[in-house]
Design a protein around this ligand. Structure first.
Ligand code: DUC
Ligand code: ZN
Ligand code: ZN
Length: 467
């Protein structure tokens, strides 16, 4: 029997979250149609000899073209953000449709579809951000949107324009329990940050480094514990996003010890940056301002340890990029701002996978299966995209990255494809880079060049989370 494929990846050394095996991959109509040897003819062939073949990454926490208050503007829209993601081995992104206070969730979803359509180069789903849980939102909108494929939502315990109070958080968790959705929680204590910020401001402190001092670990630890308590009371699993260090990890381990279903995510900034980076010359520290802030070397080690020991299920970028030299970015209104007015967020879509691969897999801190689980399989399962996304198996979308594990790359903003005028990882050397990425069987990047098409990405309605 002769089988014909659109594309064959030959001699593939494949790693998934559970297995490692060598075979050819036959791709037809954008899907993996066969895994095996001597599969037959294909219109095109890619020889993967000497390369490692992994599922394309899923960046399950990134902010693209999210409407901003006060005339700020995110650097990356769906075109530049997904272009950058593709060149870093990522084939699915899940950014956020954010409700405005006083607005409806549906309006946020409609607006966000308009921002994505015709621009995304890789597939995408949406999380919701719930900022105004009115009775209408809780009783009607959220349950309906969950049924329509928006099955995860982020809520904030800080930021005046986003935060919910404890009572509101419990009501949102109750909806998630009733309708099988997953709530992602940004855990920092808002009032503590306000008080510390006021105190620093009254002492005349303005430099970027005071951002970290205004949001110390205790602020995150307290909110993490409170979020865990809410999850316990509401009887629903939660996912604590962007965990930055030891004391929050201790709370999560404590919850695990009690049998609570607390999931956790961390990000590259908590492995590769420290608060020292916020104290760079002049105003340069603004480039590394994000929340929670990067901590210190000991906390980096604690996060590595948490990755190695499966405290974390997901590794995302939290890409929330603002240009540095830009009146709508870090130099808001064209000038150097006091720390509390500098927009929070850093770029990371393209460097997420190479940084973790180099710092984690190449050093032996995590194995290749943990890498795939953290960056692709677990996010696919937890956000209802599995088995279409997140692994290499027959029937899945042919979202595949070919890695040159010997390639040494010095990260330089010039090789990246985002629309940001800096990278916080400038000058860092990594070993291992995804040198070819396929999205539904089409080459979207090769050797640091973007070869995809804006608009080729499709929206993915999400099934119920597997948690
Ligand atoms: N913190 C967030 O909570 N979101 C985006 C960026 C940031 O630093
Ligand atoms: Zn957040
Ligand atoms: Zn975020």
């Amino acid at each position: 029997m002769s089988t014909s494929f659109d594309l064959m990846i030959c001699n593939a050394d494949i790693a998934t979250a559970s297995d490692r095996f060598k075979c050819d991959i036959g791709i037809r109509h954008g899907k993996i149609a066969a895994l095996g040897l001597e599969l037959g003819e294909a219109a095109e062939t890619i020889d993967a000899s000497g390369l490692l073949v992994l599922p394309g990454g899923i960046d399950a926490h990134c902010h693209l073209d999210q409407p901003m208050p006060h005339g700020l503007r995110m650097a990356d829209d769906f075109a530049s953000g997904t272009r950058s993601a593709a060149c870093g081995g990522t084939t699915t992104v899940i950014p956020f449709a954010a409700q405005t206070k006083g607005g409806s969730l549906q309006a946020a979803v409609d607006d966000y579809h308009n921002r994505a359509a015709g621009k995304a180069a890789i597939d995408y789903a949406f999380h919701l951000i719930v900022t105004d849980p009115t009775p209408e939102v809780l009783q009607n909108e959220l349950p309906r949107l969950i049924q329509e494929g928006y099955t995860s939502f982020k809520i904030y315990m800080t930021y005046d324009d986003l935060k919910l109070n404890d009572h509101e958080i419990l009501k949102v968790l109750d909806v998630a329990r009733t309708h099988d959705a997953l709530v992602m929680i940004h855990a920092e204590n808002s009032d503590c940050i306000t008080w510390l910020t006021e105190r620093l401001a009254s002492q005349g402190h303005t430099a970027p480094k005071f951002h970290a001092i205004s949001r110390p670990m205790a602020v995150e630890r307290e909110a993490t514990h409170r979020a865990i308590t809410f999850s316990e009371l509401a009887g629903v699993p939660i996912l604590i996003v962007h965990v930055s260090g030891r004391e929050a990890i201790e709370q999560i381990r404590w919850a695990h010890g009690r049998g609570l279903r607390i999931y956790a995510e961390t990000c590259p900034q908590y492995l590769f940056l420290t608060e020292q980076d916020l104290d760079a010359d002049g105003y340069q520290g603004a480039k590394c301002i994000c929340s929670p802030p990067p901590r210190d070397k000991q906390n980096q080690e604690a996060v590595w340890n948490g990755l190695a020991h499966n405290v974390f299920s997901i590794f995302s970028s939290d890409h929330a990029a603002f240009r540095y030299d830009d009146p709508q970015g870090k130099k808001f209104k064209g000038k150097e701002q006091a720390f509390q007015y500098i927009p929070n967020g850093i770029p990371g879509l393209e460097t997420r996978l190479p940084l973790l691969f180099s710092g984690g897999v190449m050093t032996g801190r995590i194995d290749i299966h943990q890498f795939v689980a953290l960056t692709a399989t677990n996010p696919a399962k937890m956000y209802g995209l599995y088995p279409r996304k997140g692994s290499i198996m027959v029937g899945a979308d042919a979202d595949i990255a070919l890695w040159d594990t010997k390639r040494r790359v010095v990260i330089d903003n010039g090789i990246l494809h985002h629309n940001v005028d800096y990278t916080p990882y400038q000058g860092m050397e990594v070993q291992g880079w995804p040198i070819l990425t396929l999205s539904r069987g089409k080459v979207v990047s090769r050797e640091f060049s973007f070869l995809g098409n804006s608009g080729a990405g499709e929206f993915l309605p999400c099934a119920k989370p597997m948690v």
